[in-house]
Design a protein around this ligand. Structure first.
Ligand code: CS2
Length: 472
């Protein structure tokens, strides 16, 4: 027997089941990017709002490309279990907010119709960094245009991806699909309506949700007494900070009642999260991949990596943050990284490095440069990134680079054993990774070259230890 509407009544009392009617209302939220993250984060916030009796938060979930997950979720009527586990304990919950599902790649029209449905009030997005394409802008434009033509009210469109100023980026992406020259009267009207009636708040979302594994599925079977192909595992911690900019201003108080932070200043939360959490994640992911440590917890459990991450955050990231409680945030992060229940694969986090690193590392390096301060930790991380492009770890195990730039990165790194300096120069010359100012910064290039030499000659662990000894 598998988890679905009919088997819900068979769940043991220890599993928290949906506390609302899932059939009588149309969804109020269209979510684009139906990955693990959304299902263990926002879908649980919306589930809480539904449980409180507000029927407007059911989700029409849209997978962007892959039909397999959507098909599995459909077979389970949108139900799946989430294990929430950390030092505070372990509990299982089945959120019930996911009511409908489609795949954008094959069912585009259904998605456009959902965006233009009278019940839709919100669109949320977790389409990953590389998802911000013209095709996404066109999809939203078509849905919003249809809404406007039907005479429906505007909606809130909230990007929740790990991009600085994500709301602004999304709004610009949609507007870029409305021709600026030779505008038709319809286009002018659409732009006017977008500006007057739709809101594109910036938002920062945080919860560590590893991709589903067979181990979690087995644990779900045990806890639920039912088969669940879509089970997920996460931590107790979650944070959603969203800019106070909504099509319906009364949503602010509602979201706050569910634990969401609504503020005028998302920026300071965004930058702290991207550079502290995600920046450390990428550094550890690369170190783990090259040294053969499979999970973030196995990396942070190593004393010298733990000290490296602590110093990276305290010395090179924190000085440039506007979030004043960074020390508590850092300590909480180190504890979260060590959560033994989250088998968070380093190779999963190393996916799409080329899209992630630009938000995560260069702002801190540039901040240090501006203050004449040291950027050794980031230089070592960049050196490990180059070593990573070899596609084989220090034990000789091969791995695959999963990145839209995989080919060009591997081409840059291929000759690093024989021509290390040329390879460092080629990698650091890429403005798509490092921005405009860093590539020509001689001291940055020199320090990455130095650490790359150490990594190749002595290995990642010895290089980290050397850095710590020098920086003590
Ligand atoms: C991770 C994030 O995979 C990655 O790149 O750094 O998914 C991270 O787990 C989340 O942003 C945590 O909120």
């Amino acid at each position: 027997m598998h988890l679905c509407t009919h088997s819900l009544t068979m769940l043991p009392a220890t599993v928290q089941a949906p506390a609302h009617d899932r059939t009588s209302h149309a969804p109020g939220v269209v979510h684009l990017g139906l990955g693990a993250f959304h299902r263990a984060h926002q879908a649980m916030v919306f589930d809480q709002l539904l449980a409180s009796g507000d029927t407007r938060w059911g989700i029409h979930g849209v997978g962007m490309t892959r039909p397999d997950l959507v098909n599995q979720l459909k077979a389970q009527d949108g139900l799946y279990a989430v294990r929430v586990a950390d030092g505070q304990g372990v509990k299982w919950q089945v959120p019930g907010a996911l009511w409908r599902m489609n795949v954008a790649a094959t069912e585009r029209d259904a998605v456009v119709q959902a965006l233009a449905a009278p019940s839709t009030r919100w669109v949320t997005l977790t389409v990953t960094e590389k998802g911000y394409t013209p095709a996404l802008g066109q999809l939203l434009r078509d849905g919003l245009r249809l809404r406007q033509q039907k005479g429906l009210p505007g909606i809130t469109v909230a990007s929740c991806d790990n991009l600085q100023g994500n709301g602004h980026k999304l709004q610009a992406l949609v507007k870029a699909e409305i021709p600026a020259q030779d505008m038709t009267a319809q286009d002018t009207e659409l732009l006017r309506w977008l500006d007057a009636q739709c809101a594109f708040p910036c938002s920062m979302v945080d919860r560590i949700v590893p991709a589903a594994t067979p181990e979690v599925m087995a644990a779900a079977q045990e806890a639920l007494g039912l088969q669940d192909h879509c089970a997920l595992s996460t931590e107790g911690f979650w944070e959603w900070v969203v800019e106070d900019r909504f099509a319906d201003p009364t949503d602010a108080a509602l979201l706050q009642s569910a634990g969401v932070r609504v503020t005028g200043d998302v920026h300071s939360y965004e930058e702290a999260k991207l550079r502290m959490l995600n920046g450390s994640h990428s550094a550890m992911a690369l170190m783990g991949a090259v040294t053969g440590r499979p999970f973030i917890a196995s990396c942070i459990g190593v004393p010298h990596i733990r000290t490296f991450v602590h110093q990276l955050m305290s010395r090179e990231v924190a000085p440039h943050l506007s979030r004043s409680d960074w020390a508590e945030y850092r300590d909480a992060l180190i504890a979260r990284f060590g959560n033994p229940y989250l088998k968070h694969s380093v190779h999963q986090i190393a996916t799409d490095n080329s899209q992630k690193i630009p938000q995560r590392w260069p702002p801190s390096v540039l901040g240090q440069i501006a203050q004449g301060a040291s950027f050794e930790h980031h230089a070592l991380a960049a050196a490990v990134f180059l070593r990573y492009t070899l596609g084989v770890d220090e034990q000789g195990q091969a791995y695959t680079l999963n990145d839209p730039q995989a080919e060009s990165l591997m081409a840059i790194g291929a000759a690093q054993r024989t021509e290390p300096e040329a390879c460092v120069h080629a990698l650091l010359a890429r403005e798509d990774l490092w921005g405009k100012a860093l590539p020509s910064h001689a001291a940055w290039v020199a320090r990455v070259t130095h650490w790359h030499q150490q990594v190749l000659q002595h290995g990642v662990d010895a290089a980290i230890q050397q850095l710590l000894a020098a920086a003590a």
